[in-house]
Design a protein around this ligand. Sequence first.
Ligand SMILES: Cc1cc2nc3c(=O)[nH]c(=O)nc-3n(C[C@H](O)[C@H](O)[C@H](O)COP(=O)(O)OP(=O)(O)OC[C@H]3O[C@@H](n4cnc5c(N)ncnc54)[C@H](O)[C@@H]3O)c2cc1C
Length: 387
Amino acid sequence: MKLFDNTEVAFSLKTDSQLERAYFLFKMIQNEPMVRIGSAVTNFALKVHLPVEGLIRSTVFDHFCGGVTEDDCLPIIDNMHKNGNVHSVLDYSVEGKDEEISFDGALEKILRIINFCEEKQSIPYAVFKPSGFGRFGLYVKISEGKTLTSEEKEEWNRVVARFHKVCEVALKKDVPLLIDAEESWMQKSADELIEELMETYNKDKAIVFNTLQMYRHDRMDYLKELHQKAQKKGFYIGMKVVRGAYMEKERDRAEEKGYPSPICKDKQATDDNYNEAIKYMMEHSKMALFAGTHNEESSYMLMELAKKHNIKNNDMRLWFGQLFGMSDHISYNLANEGYNVAKYLPFGPVRDVMPYLIRRAEENTSVSGQTSRELNLLKTERKRRKL
Ligand SMILES: Cc1cc2nc3c(=O)[nH]c(=O)nc-3n(C[C@H](O)[C@H](O)[C@H](O)COP(=O)(O)OP(=O)(O)OC[C@H]3O[C@@H](n4cnc5c(N)ncnc54)[C@H](O)[C@@H]3O)c2cc1C
């Protein structure tokens, strides 16, 4: 039996009724039209304040999220850590609130989470999204090389100050920080800022981590260029490597605006690009890798690479990451072998995490192929437990 086929370890933390709920949920979201219609109806119901929050909570929300507040998540975090050796990354998943007050609120939230990380071994990283700290349109304007008004310059200075504030505290408390990647047309300005942060805060080890979306065909070149800069300037590279979550949006925008799509030509090209990036990172020193993936092949490959380069399973320069509610067969089996594993554990008010939940539901329809795998694993485990 291959490592990830062990469903007993994979679902060891799930009670029979939790297993049944997961099975029911994945059966439901396997149906693509139902997800499409369900998402539209739910968005509408929330907009007109119909009382659907309870229903969302007891289905998708509780499966993919830890709770409404970070404190709600603590029992889940403790359980995963104590009984599965799996860590958590508290992910404040409120999206699309483009206003100063919510940027300052997000900053406070992340600082509080860094305190949690310092106290709790079970929460090894803090994480945030660039658009959580500043206006999406502002990142776009800078990425496009347009000149900012004096007001916008001040606004950008406030964004930069928020980034520096979290990095200063993270460095002081020795808590590494993951910074998510978003749409390609805003990412350039975020990348440039994060490079400066790596140069400032990653002098002795990787504290600041950027994210590479390997569905972008230009990312391998970007990694190599960054590596040259890092060698010249003497800083460590921290990198979360993912495939990328906004493929449809990227392709649609490129087509609409008439520029070449930044996305690899097909899934195989993305997979090859992903595997090349993790290989490159494992081959070079002064790099720390957080591999955010549900892909079995890439995960097996990374285990092999670690072995080849004499990197111990629990070496802090290598982490595997999955999303809460997905691919437990990878997370728990890796953790059982002593690898460093963390689940992104999203939290936030139900209506504010809807965009995140809809992305998860869409990713898990039969079309994307994830669900059949989750369903098969759940089926195997139900059979094993004679449910
Ligand atoms: C811990 C963690 C953190 C994450 N952080 C981020 C983040 O900061 N930013 C972000 O954008 N995403 C992030 N993601 C999501 C991630 O980018 C993927 O969407 C998701 O993990 C699915 O990819 P996979 O590697 O797990 O596996 P797979 O299921 O093997 O791959 C699916 C992915 O392959 C790519 N793909 C699928 N079809 C094609 C095609 N026809 N052509 C080209 N490429 C294709 C797409 O990226 C798709 O999401 C994160 C995921 C995890 C687990």
